[in-house]
Write a protein that binds this ligand. Structure first.
Ligand code: CA
Length: 238
């Protein structure tokens, strides 16, 4: 069964290139132009992933995300216009998994979609919070936080965390150098290298999200430390 993607995008040129690329990769895509149609399509048949344009004529992608999140954990990717930093932060706080800034290459979107689907489940329809335990004997598996760089994931107290791409990159950057203080601008350069217009509050927003995920797992959110006027570090945990 091909993965089913719901695409909300009102600009025909963007929608056409995305449809062409996604279908070319073997995805089944339902394309809608309005929030009302997106909600109807979601109700008719839940997709495996949703790609939501932020600005559409009868509302925005955030409305659709909020509605979907009431009943579903499916991965959501936002399409945002260049420079709309606030959109990125809000989108991630609402539970988006990733965002792509226009203009983008359809190939980049396809790569993100594939990566998210691979990460979210080994198959369609599994909630993304359901993760397998790290293999016993995994390097550092007795640590509170264990980085598995090859598979791009982090275990917390023996269970994989469900992380978005930037959350993973941020946490991995900190974990590779425990106790090392990274300034916000260093983190922006290292983690958001492909998004040069990222603002400092994006770093703060992601730290907040990571701490919430640690807390959810029963780990201390203070594993990630704030150093006033300096930046962030992660505690050595083993
Ligand atoms: Ca639009």
């Amino acid at each position: 069964m091909p993965h089913h993607i719901l695409l909300l995008e009102d600009e025909p040129a963007i929608a056409d290139t995305l449809l062409y690329a996604l279908r070319g990769e073997g995805f089944e895509v339902t394309h809608v132009r309005l929030v009302s149609d997106a909600l109807r399509a979601f109700g008719d048949r839940a997709p495996d992933l949703a790609i939501l344009d932020v600005g559409v004529p009868d509302g925005n992608g955030f409305d659709v995300c909020r509605a979907i999140r009431k009943t579903s954990d499916l991965p959501i990717v936002f399409l945002t216009a260049r420079g709309e930093e606030i959109d990125r932060v809000l989108g991630l706080e609402l539970g988006g998994d990733d965002y792509v800034t226009k203009p983008f290459s359809p190939r980049e979107v396809c790569a993100r979609v594939r990566a998210i689907l691979r990460r979210s489940a080994n198959g369609a329809g599994l909630p993304r919070a359901r993760e397998s335990a790290p293999p016993s004997g995994a390097p550092g598996s007795d640590a509170v936080l264990a980085l598995d760089e090859e598979a791009q994931r982090v275990a917390c107290l023996g269970e994989w965390l469900a992380l978005t791409r930037y959350e993973f990159l941020l946490l991995a950057t900190l974990l590779k150098r425990p106790e090392r203080i990274f300034s916000r601008s260093e983190l922006m350069d290292l983690v958001w290298a492909d998004a040069p217009d990222t603002a400092e509050r994006t770093v703060d927003a992601h730290i907040k999200l990571l701490r919430a995920k640690l807390r959810e797992r029963g780990a201390s959110p203070d594993l990630i430390q704030t150093h006033r006027n300096m930046g962030y570090s992660v505690q050595r945990s083993s």
